[in-house]
Design a protein around this ligand. Sequence first.
Ligand code: GLY
Length: 349
Amino acid sequence: MKSLEMKTFEVNGRQGNSLIHVGDTLANVSTHIPDGTIPVIITDENIKRLYGGKFPEGPVITIGTGEKNKTLATVEYILRELVELGCDRSSFILGIGGGIVCDIVGFAASIFLRGVRFGFVSTSLLSQVDASVGGKNGVNLDAFKNMVGVFNQPEFVICDIDMLATLPEAEISNGLAEIVKHGLIKDIRLLDFIDANREKALSLDRDTVFRLVADSVSIKSRVVQADEREAGERRKLNFGHTIGHAIEKLDQSGHGRAVAAGMVAAARFSEKKGFINRDAVDRVTDLILGLNLPVSIPFPVEEIVAAASRDKKKMGKDVFFVFLDSLGCARVDKISYDEMNDFIRNDLY
Ligand code: GLY
């Protein structure tokens, strides 16, 4: 029988509060929308095909699927549609979709008429545990991920666990990677739980997934609460992402897969720096392998170094690299790209 458990987490952002409801449902979304308001719904083709019949009343703007649509051109398309619909400052925008939809919709809502109210129904595991939570909204610019955007919290995020049932298998693993990340940087008990429940997690056992999403949102919302604008603590959420983003530029098979290999690389870098021992690295590797995620990088070393260095333009010659001090505890050190590249060239392959 379907469990009706639900947990709500809160982030008090600079521009407003955000309530994240884990276990709430698309069917219940109207109760979170301001009384008497018909929302403008923004979704992608996939979600509209699968769930369009269950959307609340309201006009629907549909965008394409995939990272290639996470552009200013898509934002412009949305803004024109909002004008066409006669939207004004009292409009409410509801994004229904995964991370890409939420990132784009949050950005469009934040800049339309200098900002209108918005909320999300988050439909993928990756977006429920990461992208839709925390108020980072934006798009890519050319090869640079998330180069243009704003911090602005959605009024609510619904993490509807039952909507995960239509996800392709690869998308489940992609989401599990970010859950492992939360355990590695903040909570060894979450890692123990994943270890003990791998098969249930992979087969989307509802109670198991509920716990994984709730624990992840709990960790992420606390980190964001402490440092919404990523001046310190929030950088820990980038564990595995520096090398992971380089992999993702070369391999479009999924953010979580790239981050998984990036986390193993970061764990090995942590070992090289003397922060953790080989046993800890082996545990990270086994955990990730057990979730059908990659632990090595299938590209020539110089391609990875070049892809990683392309992010350099953002930061100059240094990078805030996230290491592990132990399993369940991260540390952030500013290092030079040269040091990171030396590690990639001499120790990673
Ligand atoms: N995905 C990392 C963050 O929200 O800060």
